[in-house]
Design a protein around this ligand. Structure first.
Ligand code: HEM
Length: 247
């Protein structure tokens, strides 16, 4: 790789916060356009470069609208409803789901997961449909109703207490979450090995403290899916490695 290309690569990655594979393919494509044009006598390369930078900046700003615009993060108000699911709460806090957390249909859940997390219907349709049984409305749900114990909500969570032990299976519980937060010490990421250790540790705590624990294959299956969500949605789908700062 030439020095010029390396410089452009490093500058582009830094400027637009792109990961290495994305940035590499991006820089190669740009090179395919820029190099031939630069050989055309009198071609206005400078104005092309400025136009190009403006287009990329607009695209990056669009991709990061999670921090501004209609998908800006806004804390829920006292009357907004939230669930025991950190994924759905995040989608509501960013306005991919109604910010009030009410009257949410299955298609709304599927669209929000796709738009907000790039998670397809196949991964969540089961939970979304079962979730409808949490309330009386025939085709919609309210987020807080999802705390209904042993429907989708279960014991041995990563971030919520067991209902029988704490009386609160809805809100984030820092003590419970510390098992995950303190895992994989010395590394700045979580991976499948560390997550399996966390799942084991959380189960041991619930078995020791919750005489009413429900731990059937159904709950085990749901917990595995949710732990996989942490690693894949907040990290890399293929390697299962998620930076700690994103979780
Ligand atoms: C892309 C979409 C989703 C993501 C990324 C996501 C992620 C997660 C994660 C990581 C947990 C584990 C929390 C913990 O153990 O403390 C969880 C729990 C939960 N999720 Fe989701 N989820 C998604 C979609 C859904 C859907 C569609 C439903 C149902 C309508 C749902 C309902 C729940 C419930 C009720 C819990 C609480 C389980 C418990 O810990 O007791 N989630 N979700």
């Amino acid at each position: 790789m030439g020095t010029k290309f390396t410089q452009v690569f490093i500058r582009t990655a830094g400027l637009y916060q792109l990961d290495v594979p994305t940035c590499l393919s991006f820089c190669y494509k740009i090179r395919l356009v820029f190099v031939p044009l630069s050989k055309v006598q009198g071609f206005p390369m400078n104005s092309l470069k400025i136009t190009f930078k403006l287009i990329v900046a607009a695209a990056v700003a669009n991709a990061f609208q999670g921090t501004s615009g209609s998908h800006q993060w806004v804390a829920p108000t006292a009357s907004d409803l939230r669930s025991p699911c950190p994924g759905l709460n995040t989608l509501a806090n960013h306005g991919y789901l109604p910010r009030n957390g009410r009257n949410i249909s299955v298609p709304m859940l599927l669209d929000a997961a796709l738009e907000g997390f790039n998670v397809g219907a196949d991964a969540i349709i089961q939970a979304a449909k079962v979730g409808l049984l949490s309330g009386d409305a025939p085709t919609t749900l309210d987020l807080n109703a999802l705390a209904l114990h042993n429907l989708v909500e279960h014991d041995v969570s990563l971030s919520r207490g067991d209902l029988f032990v704490t009386g609160d299976n809805l809100h984030f519980n820092e003590t419970i979450f510390s098992t995950l937060a303190n895992s994989n010490p010395g590394k700045d990421y979580y991976d499948t090995t560390s997550m399996a250790g966390v799942m084991d540790a959380r189960l041991a705590i619930s078995l020791a403290t919750n005489p009413q624990i429900t731990n059937t294959p159904k709950e085990i299956n749901v917990r595995i899916r949710e732990s996989s969500f942490v690693l894949s949605v907040m990290g890399n789908l293929t390697s299962g490695v998620a930076p700690k700062e994103f979780v």
